[in-house]
Write a protein that binds this ligand. Structure first.
Ligand code: FEO
Length: 170
């Protein structure tokens, strides 16, 4: 059983994960409008990942006999300066998500809520990958600089990303 505070914390995180999907959907739209189909594909996969994160939390609250309450999703930005700006903002956003996830894991420890502590470990590990992916992309875009050939090669690479659904919550 989840404490009231824990239910609220995970519910808030569901909203943030769905906002993340919304943010990356906006980045996908920007990529399509910029003629970068591979970037668009990378962000579409990211949208699916974020929705799956929200889904894992949604299922967990229900499994624990709690009630999922969905909140308002803010509008994401629609304008970005460049492909590099997309990944700079992605990395900034993922760092915020990491801090929120760590906050919930800390709360679980304080409450001796071992089930939630174990559940949150998956997200702690996932955030390491989320930040690393964005960081790697930013580094590549810095290397590419203003070289259009390099940008299109990177676009072809990003076209290969596929979504692998995570295992459902045990
Ligand atoms: Fe759900 Fe990108 O963290």
């Amino acid at each position: 059983m989840l404490s009231k505070k824990m239910k609220q914390a995970i519910n808030e995180q569901i909203t943030r994960e769905i906002y993340s999907a919304y943010l990356y959907l906006s980045m996908e739209a920007y990529s399509i409008a910029s003629g970068l189909k591979g970037f668009a594909n990378w962000f579409r996969v990211q949208v699916q990942e974020e929705l799956s994160h929200a889904g894992k939390m949604y299922d967990y609250i229900n499994q624990q006999g709690g009630r999922v309450i969905l909140e308002t999703i803010d509008a994401p930005p629609s304008e970005f300066k460049s492909p590099k700006d997309l990944f700079k903002k992605t990395l900034d956003h993922e760092r915020k998500v990491t801090a929120w996830i760590n906050g919930i894991a800390d709360q679980a420890r304080k409450e001796n809520d071992n089930a939630t502590g174990i559940f949150m470990q998956w997200f702690v590990t996932e955030q390491v990958e989320e930040e690393a992916n964005a960081s790697e992309m930013l580094q590549k875009l810095e290397l590419v600089g203003d070289n259009m050939g390099g940008l299109f090669m990177l676009d072809a690479e990003l076209a290969k990303r596929v979504f692998t659904p995570p295992a459902p919550a045990a």
